[in-house]
Design a protein around this ligand. Structure first.
Ligand code: G6P
Length: 615
């Protein structure tokens, strides 16, 4: 997955494209490039490294004038990250220029065919094959760029969001989408292209999101024409008014987006409640659930599909749904589910969880489930994203943009939405009494304030981070609702500090991980009151007798764990089912501070990307 940006209008394209690339670096950042066209010369520069490296290179190397520009920030799939493999790519004649996010799966066969016809390739990329295919079609069919792109894309297998321009057509950019997102910002006499709307938010609030298998020809001073790639049918595109604002995507005084997003959680959870959790009236209102209540009540089971942190939120939801609503739940990695030939019936409900709403495997899992007749409900953060549009119904998390690659507020707001759903269904099914229901609502409403209190442990967590920052392994243990939190805590540490960490259900420790424990091994144990507390205390004793270092996450006022652990971090008391919303906070902070102390790039950890639009 990569980020693409483009501009055509009356302003200088360079500052718009370069700033846009910086905003899209969450999508990949191993190389970057830009092509600018002033109607006479194309100026193209690209480099391995970040957008800041490109900026330095560019400003020394070439003039940056031109009111047509396209840019790319890359997360390598075909070909190692180096200058040559970076985008944009020229066609052999030097007339056509392309940027591409996605994978052309049949690139090898196409490349062989084009080679036979005399085409040569400088890079190892599938993208250079595509631009030469477009050139070949354009020559052979003696057609314009738009038509050539269309014919070429009909020969391609794979996924793409592309932007292409032709030296002979200085007033035109052609874009197309299949499987990778592409938004077109519509200004007055100017147009913007981007993988999401953040690059053009200060210029226009009007955007068209291309659907899969659609392409658009964007002409300076003329407008945008959208067509179906397959049958050439003209499409009347839906113009959306964007809700995003600039402040939401800037750091707001924090050193890193991740820290900002950790601290935004109380507000983000409140936003997730807004209009849904009506404690005074003792009701939960969720249109997507209400409108489909019959289906939910008739469901034999719920299958949750997701990846990464969203999968962990799904695991927490499994415990909550089964406990409160007594509906059997299975949680699947989307990437496994989609290739497993799973048994799915029309009585199954599939819940797809995704912050970005663009994760390729989750999207494919949804399509599979739908094809087998299941009703698919989406829990997404990004409004209008591919998953939000592909699902039959859904609920947004309303967490606001999450930029840090390590997911934080997306996780807690996903759990919040799923808790609301489970409670609403529990009430409808009668699996909890009205007084239990009311009690849960009252408690859920206190969570944002309790998250604020949990955030106060920040200073002490920093002290602990300083003590253990040079450890090479960490173990995270939890039980019940907090087992997935242990997995999530370990994932956070791995992602941003590159320290090896494993999450385990506390009782499983005896079946393997206990062999790892010695005086060098920090073990983070979630041991909040209720929920198998005594059992977890016994596990702590087992660690202690093997000289492991214990960092306990405990309920405020805890005594037993305090006596055994090397350190304890307190979180406020709450109902067991909501405890993940609090216990996860110190784990996010711990990984953040360790990574900062180790001088790692917290917001853009190596090899990772925020939005994984390739399988
Ligand atoms: C990537 C991100 C993770 C995220 C996962 C799933 O791996 O780095 O933070 O949890 O994708 O993404 P999604 O947008 O579907 O929640």
């Amino acid at each position: 997955m990569c980020g693409i940006v483009g501009y055509i209008g009356y302003r200088e394209a360079y500052p718009i494209v370069i700033k846009g690339l910086q905003r899209l670096e969450y999508r990949g950042y191993d190389s970057a490039g830009i092509a600018l066209y002033d109607g006479t010369n194309i100026k193209l520069s690209k480099t391995k490294g970040k957008v800041s490296d490109l900026k330095n290179k560019l400003e020394d190397e070439i003039s940056t004038s031109g009111s047509l520009g396209i840019g790319h920030t890359r997360w390598a799939t075909h070909g190692v990250p180096n200058d040559v493999n970076s985008h944009p790519h020229y066609s052999n004649s030097g007339d056509l220029v392309i940027i591409h996010n996605g994978i052309i799966e049949n690139y090898d066969a196409l490349k062989k065919e084009l080679s036979k016809r005399g085409y040569t390739f400088k890079s190892d990329t599938d993208t250079e094959v595509l631009i030469n295919l477009i050139e070949d079609v354009k020559k052979n069919e003696d057609t314009k760029l738009g038509k050539a792109v269309q014919i070429a894309l009909n020969q391609v297998v794979g996924a793409y969001a592309i932007a292409v321009f032709d030296k002979n057509k200085p007033n035109e950019i052609v874009v197309a989408r299949l499987g990778s997102p592409l938004a077109i910002g519509i200004g007055e006499d100017e147009f913007f292209i981007a993988s999401d709307a953040s690059p053009f938010i200060e210029y226009t609030k009007n955007a068209i999101y291309l659907e899969d298998e659609e392409m658009a020809i964007i002409r300076r001073n003329k407008g945008v024409k959208v067509r179906k790639i397959k049958d050439d049918a003209l499409v009347d595109p839906y113009m959306q008014e964007l809700q995003l604002n600039l402040e939401q995507i800037e750091k707001g005084g924090f050193d890193h987006f991740m820290l900002k997003e950790i601290y935004e959680q109380p507000e983000a959870i409140r936003d997730t409640f807004r209009g849904r959790l009506l404690t005074n009236q003792a009701i939960i209102k969720m249109a997507g659930v209400e409108d489909n209540m019959k289906k939910f009540l008739a469901a034999d089971r719920i299958i949750i599909v997701a990846c990464g942190t969203s999968w962990h939120a799904g695991l927490v939801a499994e415990y909550i749904f089964e406990d409160l609503a007594r509906i059997p739940v299975e949680v699947e990695y989307a990437s496994e589910f989609r290739y497993r030939n799973p048994v799915i019936t029309g009585n199954d409900i599939v819940i797809a969880i995704s912050q970005s709403g663009e994760t390729a495997d989750t999207l494919a899992a949804i399509k599979l489930a739908k094809s087998k007749g299941a009703f698919v409900f989406g829990v997404c953060n990004v409004v209008g994203s591919s998953i939000a549009r592909e699902t039959n119904a859904g609920a947004y998390t309303h967490a606001g943009p999450e930029i840090g690659v390590a997911s934080t507020k997306a996780f807690t707001t996903q759990i919040t939405v799923l808790s609301l759903m489970a409670l609403r269904l529990a009430r409808a099914k009668g699996t909890i009494t009205s007084s239990e229901f009311r009690h849960h609502l009252i408690e859920l409403e206190t969570i944002p304030a309790k998250v604020e209190e949990a955030l106060k442990s920040d200073g002490y967590v920093q002290t602990i981070a300083d003590i253990y920052k040079h450890a090479t392994n960490f173990l995270y243990l939890g039980r019940g609702f907090n087992f997935p939190v242990a997995l999530e805590g370990a994932l956070k540490l791995k992602e941003i500090s590159y320290i090896h960490a494993e999450g385990y259900p506390a009782a499983e420790m005896k079946h393997g991980p206990i062999a790892l424990i010695d005086e060098q091994m920090p073990v983070v144990v979630i041991a909040t009151k209720k929920g198998h507390y005594e059992k977890v205390v016994s596990n702590i004793q087992e660690i202690k007798s093997r000289k492991g270092k214990i960092i306990g996450i405990v309920t405020k006022g805890d005594k037993s764990v305090k006596e055994l652990a090397d350190h304890v971090i307190e979180v406020p008391e709450t109902l067991e089912c909501f405890s993940p919303l609090l216990t996860t906070i110190p784990l996010q902070l711990l990984s953040y501070h360790i990574a900062v102390m180790l001088d790692k790039n917290v917001d853009q950890p190596r090899n990772l990307a925020k939005s994984v639009t390739v399988e």
